[in-house]
Design a protein around this ligand. Structure first.
Ligand code: S3P
Length: 175
């Protein structure tokens, strides 16, 4: 009888999507299911420069944050057995898009604008939430096309983290 082999899981799995799409909630669940380590890119940036995301934004501005984000992301390009939760803006930078396209299996967690607002509220740890609503909506719309092109889409509205994890496992051929 022929042995049935489980498909090999890529060494790096990245979760992309707007703020509040569930990357940092689903990431650890997924990692645990497949025996990978979970890494939140924002946490890694904070660790690498000894400051919070809010401090980096207010002291050095967003462009500097984006540089640090790219550096942190590429520090993982040879990492093995990693589930990476990327910040909501990571998929927009050209260099990062190369990473998501070539260096990882990338999953796009889709969230509606209304659900994003419900999930994030006025979280002070997310500096971009201070933007006027109109600009935030525009940012949301602009980013959608990047996310869609880079990752396998998984809908998150109305779904539990466990259901979302199950869908990703199916994409990986593990269900
Ligand atoms: C950002 C999202 C945040 C964080 C930073 C910028 C963005 O991560 O990287 O505040 O540009 O959307 P989350 O998506 O994990 O909230």
């Amino acid at each position: 009888m022929e042995a049935v082999m489980a498909p090999t899981i890529p060494p790096r799995i990245s979760l992309i999507g707007f703020m509040g799409s569930g990357k940092s909630t689903v990431g650890p669940l997924l990692a645990q299911k497949i025996g990978y380590s979970f890494l939140d890119l924002d946490d890694l940036i904070e660790e690498r420069c000894g400051r919070t995301i809010t401090e980096i934004f207010s002291q050095e501005g967003e462009p500097k944050f984006r540089l640090l984000e790219t550096e942190a992301l590429y520090s993982l390009s040879h990492g093995k057995r990693l589930v990476i939760a990327a910040g909501g803006g990571a998929a927009v930078q050209a260099a990062n898009r190369t990473f998501f396209r070539n260096d990882s299996f990338t999953v796009y967690l889709e969230v509606s604008f209304e659900e994003f607002k419900r999930r994030t509220g006025r979280d002070p740890a997310r500096p971009l939430l201070k933007m006027p609503q109109k600009d935030l909506r525009e940012l949301f719309e602009t980013r959608l096309s990047y996310y869609k092109k880079l990752g396998r889409r998984v809908i998150t509205d109305g779904r539990s983290p466990q259901q979302i994890t199950g869908e990703i496992l199916a994409l990986l051929g593990r269900r």
